[in-house]
Write a protein that binds this ligand. Structure first.
Ligand SMILES: C[S@@+](CC[C@H](N)C(=O)[O-])C[C@H]1O[C@@H](n2cnc3c(N)ncnc32)[C@H](O)[C@@H]1O
Length: 356
């Protein structure tokens, strides 16, 4: 994607692999438009039927299915490859030597498309665990493979809490470019939205936990004055925090409870991941819960893609003096940040116990 080609086409073509419900697509659409480029998705793929339906209701196209069954030369030419790939390969990838050796893993499917189509850049997202798996060997193999394919690639771990979302979600982001230019990264210094900007009012009774569960929580945690999300860890300990712990697709039903009494609604879960309210919810509550837990924090994806565009094209014309995190906050509706509290301060707030 040379400056001339994107300027002459006025378009950025991308592919959305393991697309889920389209977290990456929301992000690149937002960023490309801030650069005056038309975001054009030329290929998407997800094996899950409910995700395909949700994606098609929101973006007007049904993603292709199993990527392992799609030949790389059937994937159209594109400028940017996006992939929030599942963590399935970790157990086996560590011992591998090179690209060919990654066959049978879903990372191999990303690598073979990069090798064949040679897009100008890519952004990959995965769980933080990837960084430490097999004493770093797994990530090393991935980075070596990307370098062997002709990419300058770097990675960073970011927490969604540092990008305006009240969700503690740490993920690894791997960015690569064919051009030998410095890779820019966002600062991650946006203030966290308060929970009140995310939570719905008049939540239907079906979201309330049973009296038994509520009493169980109350036996281990006192009600708090401010709104909190109660998180139950594996050991059964409860913490009440002014933000949510990471949404998880397979977590128990009552793993996160608002004020210790009710589950999050599908819309609240999508908001915690930074999805706009214009994103249509078409799946059942339990499917949407799984989709939101599997998805990515759109705000972080926006900031990482904005930094990638900055690396490729320089800063957009919005305001040349602003870092991209700040530009993104300017593009958000102002009201969201009315109750600004610095994220670091909020994180330290020990929820005070109610005297009522
Ligand atoms: C971690 S989620 C990514 C979600 C996505 N980033 C989003 O914003 O919703 C991984 C996705 O990979 C899909 N997947 C798993 N195996 C696949 C395969 N062989 N081919 C295509 N998609 C697959 C899953 O259905 C799941 O939606």
């Amino acid at each position: 994607m040379t400056t001339t080609s994107y300027q002459s086409r006025n378009q950025v073509r991308f592919i959305d692999l393991f697309c889920g419900i389209g977290g990456f697509r929301h992000a690149i659409t937002h960023v490309a438009r801030s650069y005056g480029l038309e975001p054009t998705c030329v290929f998407s793929s997800d094996i899950d039927k409910a995700c395909q339906e949700a994606y098609s209701s929101n973006f007007g196209e049904i993603p292709h299915g199993d990527i392992t069954k799609i030949k790389e030369d059937d994937v159209p030419a594109h400028d940017v490859l996006l992939a929030g790939f599942p963590c399935q390969p970790f157990s086996i990838i560590g011992q591998m030597r090179g690209f060919e050796d990654t066959r049978g893993t879903l990372f191999f499917d990303i690598a073979r498309i990069l090798s064949e189509k040679k897009p100008a850049a890519f952004v990959l997202e995965n769980v933080k665990l990837l960084a430490g798996h097999d004493k770093g060997q797994t990530l090393l193999k991935i980075m070596q493979t990307l370098a062997d394919l002709g990419y300058k690639a770097e990675y960073k771990v970011f927490n969604a809490l540092d990008f305006g979302l009240p969700q503690k979600r740490e993920r690894i982001w791997i960015v690569g470019m064919r051009a030998d230019k410095p890779i820019h990264w966002p600062e991650g210094a946006l203030p966290m939205k308060p929970l009140s900007a995310v939570l719905e009012k008049n939540v239907p009774s079906k979201f309330y936990a049973s009296e038994h569960i509520r009493n169980k929580r109350l036996s281990r945690m006192k009600p708090t004055k401010e709104t909190t999300i109660w998180h139950e860890n594996k050991a059964g300990n409860i913490s009440a925090l002014p933000y949510s712990c990471a949404l998880r697709a397979g977590a128990s039903y009552n793993y996160l409870l608002v004020n210790g009494e009710r589950r999050l609604t599908p819309r609240e879960m999508l908001r915690l991941q930074g999805f706009p309210d214009s994103h249509k919810i078409v799946s059942s509550d339990s499917q949407t819960r799984k989709q939101a837990g599997n998805s990515l924090p759109v705000n972080v994806a926006k900031a990482v893609i904005a930094s990638l565009f900055e690396s490729l094209f320089g800063v957009p014309t919005v305001d040349e003096n602003l870092a991209c995190d700040k530009q993104l906050s300017l593009l958000e509706p102002k009201s969201i940040y009315n109750e600004r509290t610095e994220t670091k301060k909020r994180r330290k707030i020990q929820a005070s116990v109610s005297t009522k």
